[in-house]
Design a protein around this ligand. Structure first.
Ligand code: FES
Length: 120
């Protein structure tokens, strides 16, 4: 049977736990470029690649809770990744947990479950 899983990774960067409201931070986590943002007190993680023309979202800013791409100013909801006005594809988002031992990001993956065990 095919099953979807999330693999959690600790994000060891001292700037992340104290990231200010509305601030954007680019970090490379396990080979992926991630744009972290704190919006309404919640830490979010988005793929740091605008779905419009591939520019970095982390070079932008936050406006009324949306991440704004610095190139053509499309807005993205940091929780869902939805483009604000529907004029662009959505950006991929990842779950984030702020645990007592630091922030963690989850990357989804698909595996096969055989006899109750995941193959990878
Ligand atoms: S590259 Fe982001 S809005 Fe165009």
């Amino acid at each position: 049977m095919i099953v979807d899983r999330i693999r959690w990774h600790a994000v060891a960067d001292d700037r992340l736990p104290g990231l200010a409201e509305g601030a954007l931070l680019h970090l490379r986590v396990h080979g992926r470029d991630i744009c972290f943002v704190r919006s309404q007190g919640v830490l979010h993680a988005l793929a740091d690649r605008c779905p419009h023309q591939g520019k970095r979202l982390s070079g932008g800013w936050c406006d009324e809770g949306y991440v704004v791409c610095p190139w053509h100013r499309f807005h993205f909801d940091p929780a869902s990744g939805r483009a604000r006005h529907g004029v662009c594809a959505n950006v991929e988002v990842f779950p984030v947990e702020e645990r007592t031992d630091g922030p963690f990001i989850g990357f989804p993956y698909t595996t096969f479950r055989v006899l109750g065990m995941d193959l990878w």
